[in-house]
Design a protein around this ligand. Sequence first.
Ligand code: HEM
Length: 408
Amino acid sequence: MMPRHQNMNLEPVDITAPPFRANPFSTFKRWRKTRPVAPVKAFGERAWIVTRYEDVLAALTDDRLVKDRRNIREPAQKRREVWLPGFIQPLQHTMLDSDPPDHTRLRSLVHQAFMPRLIAQMQARIHLLAHELIDRVQANGEMDIVHDFALPIPMVVISDMFGVAERDRAAFHRWSNVAVSVRKPIEGVLAIPSLYQLVRFLRRLFREHRLNPQDDLTSALLQAEAEGSKLAEDELIGMVGLLLSAGHETTVNLIGNGVLALLMHPAALDRLRAEPELMKPAVEELMRYSPPVLFATSRYACEDLTIAGTLIPKGEMVLAALGSANHDESRFEAPETLMLDRPNNKHVGFGSGMHYCLGAPLARLESSIAFQVLFERLPKLRLAIDPERLHWHSSLITRGVKAIPVKF
Ligand code: HEM
């Protein structure tokens, strides 16, 4: 039961719409002040948006907020969920949608491969790739940062890690992009053909790797599956699907949003060019300033609970607004200012707690090399259109622009 005084009216804001994605910060600021846990409609149901830094951090580590909703929801709540046929469901049950002990078991199977020490070995490869991408466009004097540079870097790297053949990469990206763009139940239904193709593609990837094992992560996971109880075939689909998607759908936005922010702040970009040692804090600041992932993925209240004085009924969805926490004036001085050497920048752009981003070391490495090579090779780089005319993706979790035309 809701307390009598609780305001149950949904906020009339479409958090997936391009105008909100372009600038969610003024709405977040208002909510942090007046309604720190704001109910909105998301995925066709009510979702509670947690906006203040301290509350977001607490929500990400609160074990009353669970990821796997299957056992905690009432039949009426289940009826409102995005329906997917059985053959696609493995994509929905990944480590990101699991709680312990499943989450602990699944994460431990891949944890090692993403350790900073192992990721650092990929530095030379990523460097070469970034230079190759610039070589391809240099003579043209113009390019689209997203399509020609920001997307191929994480796409090639994660595909190499999992042994995805070059011929499959573009199609895989299309299907995965449909999957991460689902915002409401009807779109879930419309996405079924792409999701079906995605599952078929993953099964073919496994078949090929079983016949011809390689020195890559797909073969290593197939080995874990063959060894018995550690990983079931459906879990393998969820795992590889999650890592391939998370491995590029997010980093493309860190590189894209980061380049955009720097082109719009020429003094900061000049400083970054002059002081390369700024790159490390600059990547953290760009993560904070223009978040590639706006909300953490959905969590569900396993009992009635209260956050910042707002009662959240059992089974309802909670979205921790990482992009709001990262602009909270009570935690960050002048949050709307891009400050490449911002001290003590404890942003939550990669989440927190047990689901903390597994790929953070990889994303940091890819984006710092991307920025370094791009700005070094193209000293006259500038936006080719008015920033007001950029098209932001309509999505819920990730946040990025469709294209960034530039000249150089
Ligand atoms: C800039 C790039 C990236 C950002 C902003 C980002 C952000 C995040 C966030 C916020 C979470 C936590 C979600 C939650 O708690 O609901 C997360 C989890 C995760 N990320 Fe990333 N990510 C990025 C890149 C990557 C890359 C490159 C990979 C892998 C190859 C990756 C793999 C994962 C996985 C597997 C999880 C789930 C971990 C778990 O459930 O234990 N991410 N990411």
